[in-house]
Design a protein. Structure first.
Lengths: 336, 328
């Protein structure tokens, strides 16, 4: 990992003012991703993970208010105009989405759509852009790259379209890839193909990845570190192996216990009772306390801050298990 | 005694501009009372078509479906209603399967009103009883679907499905649209209801781990046909069909020490408009021989020597032995 992180998020907050109250979609999140590192961002629907990802590219929709700092390769994103961010988006930082069919224009061939992006960001001529697209298609192992150029999105399968999206993302040689549930809509055999492809790209090009998912199996297979979000805040982060072995936050523990595992037979799944809280009306204190088995008075009173635990781990819980050494991390990420 | 649900040689094709698509191509299976049979496979393999055909939202082209030994599809209207009230269906997406303009009382009460003619206080009390069965309080009875979360909506759909005291529920990906913490709640509820009501389930899913959690038997489908079927734990521990094995090998494990062992199957599922001759899986199969591209293997029942277990397999080159080290 190089000294300067590729992505550095410091005390990021995203709010939406509504008549019924302010929706706190992202609350004081900090994390950093080094060169060639794959960071998983996990959490359930509505926990704010996609909003955090959009904030990384300055794409929070109106009337969202963004505070804090996001730096991509050292350059600030928060507060910049669309014009100032044009070279960042699709250039140094690329994004792929859950549903590739809706991210591509159905009226243009995939070749034309990729050529436009490549020509725009790399300043290539038509012919050179075409060659670059063919090379990108070869990179993502799309069969028959020259034929694929002339296809419309509806003529390709979901797995092929996701390869096209990845080709578009990496054709401009980004340093950061933000992947928002890129395999969720795919069948499991195709998901495995895409994970192997992404791993190969990371190894070959030293790409840094923010990988958003709710599938902990994919986290175990592909990611180096993990950040767990609940109700807009990161509640735990650290190396994937430690996290899977012994999660520190009660929510993370319960999440792992709720996943059915092949080979576990009928060992009873521990469901998490209750519902995810409404982000416009968060409970006082720790937002997880109404569903937590370890709730005490302090949980009902104070929202816990992120504290440093052993082995580069961090957890925001008054009662976290494991070796917490008591240090409170500041707004910007330290050695994690 | 014969099984609760018997399906024999079920067939369903869709006409398209480019020719017929054989979505379900000669499927046979039984579901015994109080048991769970799972149907797994990737998108487009025909699993949902089977569900829709069984509840007759689609008319089958051929084959026979018997419920409690009564052949469906040839009954008078009154007898048909009598039989069909004994099986219900729960769909994948509780955001689209509940009418947004109906209150919970109407959603859960509709089958009770139309089939049993219940009205007024009796109906209301009965709906509240069913809500309690699925873990929802009586205060929910006058609310609309938009006031509920995904997990609660799926509970409402289940309450409606059990309202006529069916003997069989068809569950079409009942937890695929839910978050994992909620998925576990709903799976546990289904297991509990099965025990208390002695329900049989046809559980349709693409998630092998949830199938192992709830099912007794599993059938693996590929392009409209069953390729392997048998007791769920035995099939997943020692798959005989290369496709079953490939599905298992594609699942990322929650074990970082096994990282990098994913073995993706090459290629895509072929277009159902252009199913290869011979075994439909052959183009993606690493065990294929010339024979596989010539003729399609029939689904044949064998009794496995080691365990005495009965397994149905459609493959000329079945695999032998368990997966190394298990799949834990």
């Amino acid at each position: 990992m190089s000294a300067e992180p590729i992505l550095a998020i410091g005390d990021l907050a995203v709010e939406f003012p509504l008549l019924s109250g302010t929706v706190e979609a992202v609350r004081g999140c900090s994390l950093s991703i080094g060169k060639g590192e794959v960071m998983a961002l996990v959490g359930e629907s509505g926990c704010g993970k996609s909003m955090l990802a959009l904030a990384c590219l300055g794409l929070v929709p109106k009337p969202g208010i963004v505070r804090g700092s996001v730096k991509v390769a050292g350059r600030e994103v928060v507060g910049r105009t669309d014009r100032e961010l044009a070279d960042l988006r699709g250039g140094r930082a690329a994004m792929i989405f859950q549903n590739p069919a809706s991210a591509l224009n159905p009226f243009f061939t995939v070749g034309a759509q990729l050529q436009e992006v490549v020509a725009r960001h790399r300043g290539l001529s038509r012919a050179a852009a075409r060659q670059a697209v063919i090379a990108a298609f070869e990179d993502v192992r799309l069969p028959d790259p020259k034929i694929a150029l002339g296809k419309y999105p509806h003529q390709m399968s979901g797995g092929q379209l996701q390869r096209v999206m990845i080709a578009m993302a990496v054709a401009c040689r980004p340093v950061l890839l933000i992947a928002d549930e890129p395999t969720t809509a795919l069948d499991v055999t195709i998901q495995a193909q895409i994970i192997v492809l992404l791993r190969d790209l990371v190894e070959r090009t030293d790409l840094s990845v923010l990988f958003i998912t709710h599938d902990l199996g994919v986290v175990a297979e592909f990611c180096d570190r993990v950040a767990v979000m609940y109700a807009g805040a990161i509640v735990e982060r650290g190396p994937v192996a430690d996290f899977l072995e012994e999660p520190l936050h009660p929510y993370a523990r319960m999440l792992l216990a709720a996943v059915p595992r092949l080979g576990a037979g009928r060992a009873r799944l521990e469901a998490i009772s209750g519902q995810v809280p409404n982000l416009a009306h968060l409970p006082r204190g720790c937002p997880f306390h109404p569903r937590c088995a370890k709730t005490s008075d302090v949980c009902r009173r104070d929202d816990p801050v992120m504290r440093r635990a052993a082995r580069g781990r961090h957890v925001a819980c008054h009662h976290a298990l494991g070796a917490i050494d008591g240090g409170v991390t500041g707004s910007s990420e330290d050695a994690a | 005694m014969s099984a609760l649900l018997q399906v024999r040689d079920l067939r369903k094709s869709y006409a398209t501009r480019h020719g017929p698509v054989r979505a379900v191509d000669g499927i046979s299976f039984d579901v015994e009372a109080g048991r769970t049979v799972a149907l797994v496979g990737e998108s487009g393999c025909g699993k949902s078509t089977i569900a829709l055909t069984l509840v007759r939202l689609l008319e089958a082209d051929g084959g026979e479906v018997r419920f409690e030994d009564i052949r469906l599809g040839q009954l008078s209207r009154r007898d048909d209603i009598e039989v069909r009230r004994k099986f219900g269906i729960v769909f994948q997406n509780p955001y689209s399967s509940l009418d947004p303009k109906m209150r919970v009382l109407e959603i859960v009460g509709e089958p009770l009103r139309t089939v049993l003619g219940m009205r007024g206080r009796a109906l209301r009390e009965r709906v509240i009883m069913h809500l309690e069965q699925v873990g929802l309080g009586p205060e929910h009875v006058d609310r609309y679907p938009h006031e509920f979360s995904g997990g609660q909506r799926q509970r409402i759909a289940i309450a409606r499905a059990v309202a006529l005291e069916p003997r069989l529920l068809i569950l079409d990906e009942p937890t695929a649209a839910l978050d994992v913490s909620i998925q576990a709640q709903v799976l546990n509820l289904l297991i509990e209801l099965q025990r208390t009501l002695n329900l049989a389930y046809l559980f349709i899913s693409h998630n092998l781990a949830t199938v192992e959690y709830v099912a007794d038997e599993v059938m693996v489908m590929y392009l409209g046909r069953i390729v392997e079927a048998g007791p769920v734990e035995a099939v997943f521990a020692a798959p005989r069909h290369p496709y079953t094995r490939a599905l298992i090998d594609s699942i990322p494990l929650l074990d970082p020490s096994r990282r990098g062992t994913l073995q993706p199957l090459g290629g895509d599922v072929p277009s159902p408009l252009d199913v290869p001759e011979g075994c439909a899986f052959a183009p993606r199969c690493r065990y294929r021989s010339e024979r596989c591209t010539r003729a399609a293997p029939a689904l044949e029942e064998t009794v496995l020597e080691e365990t005495g277990e009965r397994r149905r397999i459609a493959c000329f080159h079945p695999l032998d032995g368990p997966i190394d080290g298990g799949v834990a």
